[in-house]
Every structure is written in structure tokens, then in C-alpha cells.
Design a protein around this ligand. Structure first.
Ligand code: NAD
Length: 457
């Protein structure tokens, strides 16, 4: 059993000593982290292959390379992010200057999920370090090989009172959540997110919740079908569908559905072969329980491609199901696997109806359309954490865009400067001059109200 009280106490002491961790110090920590990730690149890649059957290319693109890129950009831009921002001061508070200082929150807890265990541990950690915090990271128990490497990597570069990596499951996370943190950054399912928020409320600890949900993907009749097919297959089959922003289900205009599905199934077969279990480019489910869960969502009568399942080897074939109804089991939960349910529509209003009938609001929505009016309409009507037009997932890769959910898909966002802000308190600093003192605000008020009304209107 971990001694969570001591872990947090030691971090608090460390934070108190290094409270104003300078730019140079933070930059140095980020450089050390980058060197350690580079030194562990092969070990991380091998562990990702063991735990999730991740092809090396995917491991680099979506985890290791993604994190290195974020580190490079953060190291480069941190100085400007840390600079206090001058804002104007209204007349009644003059003469003075006003600034916003980004100050660290203190001791933060990061809880990571299994699906991108490297990226979703380091991406928030980079932001937390950049913002000057101490951090405890709880890795996912479902990716034990990756967790071992993460723990070694972090211990090789940071003392535990600064960054501490805890491997374990519910027992460890419960012990940690009993302590008071200054921020909890949780990535995972909505169900567990609710439990984390309940625990955090006991200490009034603010939370960031990066959750999941059913992300719709709309394909209109005027879309570039060949491009749509390529990008949807990419977004859905990456990490064997275990991506929080994967297109969860397709809404395809009836006018093009037949042609679209023919091209979609052709493309999947082209990429992964007639038997995707033999493909080196296709991942595995994280465990037998998830494989079993997803296999139960497959309705053999509706399968137009795939459907094969090998529970023992954690394999689900890339699968497409047509003529799916909202009442089908696959539409009752986040799929989180390589199974793509397809529904048809003839009017855009049906698309909005379907999205609204599902638990609100998706983490992402995808719109494939060549028509600007349609794009504008759907962007304005769909409530989602983020939207990509004519592509899947790529909005998440742009660090200038905040990444996070809305409603059931989450609270708060991060990436790039948004992550730095997420782990910072925006401290207001107002500095008044003493060479002049505005008598207007002090009693006796007498007939000052007329002047006040001229200023405050
Ligand atoms: P999960 O919620 O089961 O687990 C996430 C973390 O919570 C793990 O570290 C786990 O140990 C911990 N945990 C488990 N039970 C807990 C409890 N009772 N109290 C506190 N913590 C507990 O999620 P998962 O299965 O690892 O990941 C899949 C889910 O995460 C999907 O819903 C997916 O959409 C979502 N996700 C979201 C994002 C995002 O950025 N929004 C990214 C990746 C995954």
C-alpha cells in the first residue's frame, strides 16, 4: 500500500521551497524530461507493442513523437507564456498598473487512462511542469508494461518530491484521492470521472476531466468521398479504435451511402488485408474484458465487413455495421474499438436529432462536406468539445487549439499554451502609485455622486 499522505506532504514541502521555480529551472526540467524520453524511446515502443499491439509507427506518431513535439514547442515558448500580461486600468483605480501573473497551482495529481498511456501521462505533465507545479502521476493498471517504463523513466530524471509516478489501480488511486491536491487532472471514462469529481469536492479541489463519449461523423452527399473514406478509416482504426476522439458512429447521406460503404470496405481491406489479424499495422484491444465487451456490441445481421473476434488474442477485426438503429446496443455506449456503426439520413435535421438524442455532448464531431453553408450550420448547431471539417482527429494535433470536452465529455481543456494556463492560477496584481490619491472614492460623499455617475456608466 502506498503512503499517500507522505507522498503529498513531501511534494508540498518541495513546492514551498521551490515555489517560484524560475523560467530557467522549468526549462531545464523539461529538457531533462525530453532527454529521458529519448533515452527510453525503444523501451516505450516495445512496451506499447506488448500492451496494445501498437505498431511502432503509431507509437511514435501518437505517443512518443507527439510528446517530444509538445516538449520542443513548450521549451521554446515558455518564456513568453510566463511573462506577466499587462492589462489596462480603469479611471477609478488610477493611477496604477495592472498585470496578470500565471502562478503555479501547487501539488497536482494526474490520472491517466490506458489507450495512449505515454502521451496522456506526459502531455499533462509537460503543462504542469511548465506552469511550475509538483506532480503525482497515476498510470493505468491496464498497460502494466508501459507503466513500468514510465516509472523508471520518471524516477531517472525527477526526485519523487517533485514528480512521483505511482503504478496501480483503484486501491492506489483511492489512497491518493483521500489527500488534498491543488488540482486533479483526470483522463478516462465519464463514469470514473464522476467518482473523481466527488472525491475532489471533499477538498474543494478543482478538476480537469478529459472524458470520452460518442463522437459522430457526418458524411454529406457533397463530400469528397475518396478523401472522406481515407480519413475516416484512419481516425477509426488508429490504435484499433481505442481513441477518445475516434469517429464513434457514421451518419451518411442516403444518396451516397451505398457508394460510400463500398469504398469504405474496399479501403479497409486494402490497408489491413483480408485477414487483419495478420497485419502488422493493426493494434489489439487492451485486455480480454474489453474485447468481450466490444464483441457483444457486434450484431452479425448488420455486419457488412469484418465481425471476427479472437478474445484470447484480444483481436477484433475492423468491422462495419450498416442499417444500425439508435436503439441498438452499439449506440448505447462509447464503442472504443474498431467497430463502425453506420446510420443513414436524408435531411440534416435528422443528423441533429440523432446527435441530440444521445447523451450530451460529444468530445468531437466530424463533418465531411464540401458546402460552406452546411459546414457553418453544423458547426453552429452541434455542441461538441471540438469539431474537424473534412478530417478526423487532426484538430487534436494542433497545439494552438484547446483540447477538451463539454458537458458529459469533460471539463477544461489543454495542449500548448492552453495546458500551461490550465495548470496555472491567473493571479491579478494591481500596483497603485502613491504620487496621487483619488479623493472621490472616500467619504464624505456629499455631492460626489454626479461625478461618479459620469465615470461609472
Ligand atoms: P477509466 O476511467 O477506466 O480509467 C482511467 C484512470 O482512472 C485509470 O488510471 C484508472 O486506474 C483510474 N480509476 C479506475 N477506477 C477508479 C476509481 N474508482 N476512482 C478513481 N480512479 C479510478 O478509463 P480507461 O478505460 O483507462 O480509458 C478509456 C476512457 O477514457 C474512454 O472513455 C475514453 O474516451 C476516455 N479517454 C478520454 C480522453 C480525452 O482526452 N478526453 C483520452 C483518452 C481516453
Amino acid at each position: 500500500m502506498i503512503d499517500s499522505e507522505a507522498i503529498v506532504r513531501n511534494q508540498r514541502e518541495c513546492f514551498a521551497v521551490n515555489q517560484n521555480r524560475s523560467f530557467a529551472e522549468r526549462q531545464q526540467q523539461l529538457r531533462l524530461l525530453k532527454a529521458a524520453i529519448l533515452a527510453h524511446e525503444n523501451a516505450l515502443s516495445e512496451a506499447l507493442a506488448l500492451d496494445l499491439g501498437k505498431p511502432q509507427f503509431e507509437s511514435y506518431m501518437t505517443e512518443i513523437g507527439f510528446v517530444l513535439h509538445e516538449l520542443t514547442a513548450t521549451i521554446k515558448q515558455l518564456k513568453s507564456w510566463m511573462k506577466p500580461k499587462k492589462v489596462s486600468t480603469p479611471l477609478l483605480s488610477q493611477p496604477a498598473v495592472s498585470h496578470i501573473h500565471a502562478s503555479p497551482l501547487g501539488v497536482c495529481l494526474i490520472i491517466s487512462p490506458f489507450n495512449y498511456p505515454v502521451a496522456l501521462c506526459f502531455s499533462p505533465l509537460i503543462a504542469a511542469i511548465a506552469a511550475g507545479n509538483c506532480c503525482v502521476i497515476k498510470t493505468s493498471e491496464l498497460t502494466p508494461n508501459v507503466s513500468i517504463v514510465l516509472k523508471q523513466l520518471i524516477a531517472s530524471v525527477f526526485p519523487p518530491e517533485y514528480v512521483n509516478c505511482i503504478n496501480g489501480g483503484v486501491e492506489e488511486v483511492s489512497a491518493l484521492l483521500a489527500q488534498k491536491f491543488d488540482h486533479i487532472f483526470f483522463t478516462g471514462s465519464s463514469e470514473v470521472g464522476k467518482l473523481v469529481m466527488q472525491q475532489a469536492a471533499k477538498h474543494l479541489t478543482p478538476v480537469t476531466l478529459e472524458l470520452g463519449g460518442k463522437s459522430p461523423c457526418i458524411v454529406c452527399a457533397d463530400a469528397n468521398i475518396d478523401i472522406a473514406v481515407k480519413r475516416i478509416v484512419y481516425g477509426k482504426m488508429l490504435n484499433a479504435g481505442q481513441t477518445c476522439v475516434a469517429p464513434d458512429y457514421l451518419l451518411v447521406d442516403d444518396a451516397i451511402k451505398e457508394q460510400f460503404l463500398r469504398k469504405l470496405t474496399q479501403r479497409i481491406t486494402e490497408l489491413y488485408g483480408a485477414d487483419a489479424q495478420l497485419s502488422k499495422d493493426f493494434g489489439r484491444m487492451v485486455n480480454e474484458r474489453h474485447t468481450q465487451r466490444i464483441s457483444e456490441l457486434i450484431d452479425a445481421d448488420k455486419v457488412i465487413l469484418g465481425g471476427q473476434v479472437d478474445i484470447e488474442n484480444r483481436y477484433i477485426a475492423p468491422t462495419v455495421m450498416d442499417n444500425v438503429k439508435l436503439s441498438d446496443p452499439i449506440m448505447q455506449q462509447e464503442v472504443f474499438g474498431p467497430v463502425l456503426p453506420v446510420l443513414g439520413f436524408s435531411e440534416l435535421s435528422q443528423v441533429l436529432d440523432i446527435i441530440q438524442q444521445l447523451p450530451a455532448h460529444p468530445l468531437s464531431a466530424y463533418i465531411f462536406s464540401g458546402n460552406k453553408t452546411t459546414q457553418h450550420l453544423l458547426v453552429s448547431k452541434i455542441q461538441a468539445g471540438g469539431i474537424a471539417i473534412n478530417h478526423c482527429i487532426q484538430h487534436l494535433v494542433n497545439p494552438n487549439l484547446p483540447f477538451g470536452g463539454v458537458g458529459l465529455s469533460g471539463i477544461g481543456s489543454y495542449h500548448g499554451k492552453h495546458g500551461f494556463d490550465r495548470f496555472s492560477h491567473q493571479k491579478s496584481v494591481y500596483k497603485a502609485a502613491t504620487w496621487f490619491d483619488l479623493a472621490l472614492i472616500y467619504p464624505p460623499y456629499k455631492n460626489k455622486l454626479t461625478l461618479l455617475k459620469k465615470i461609472l456608466k
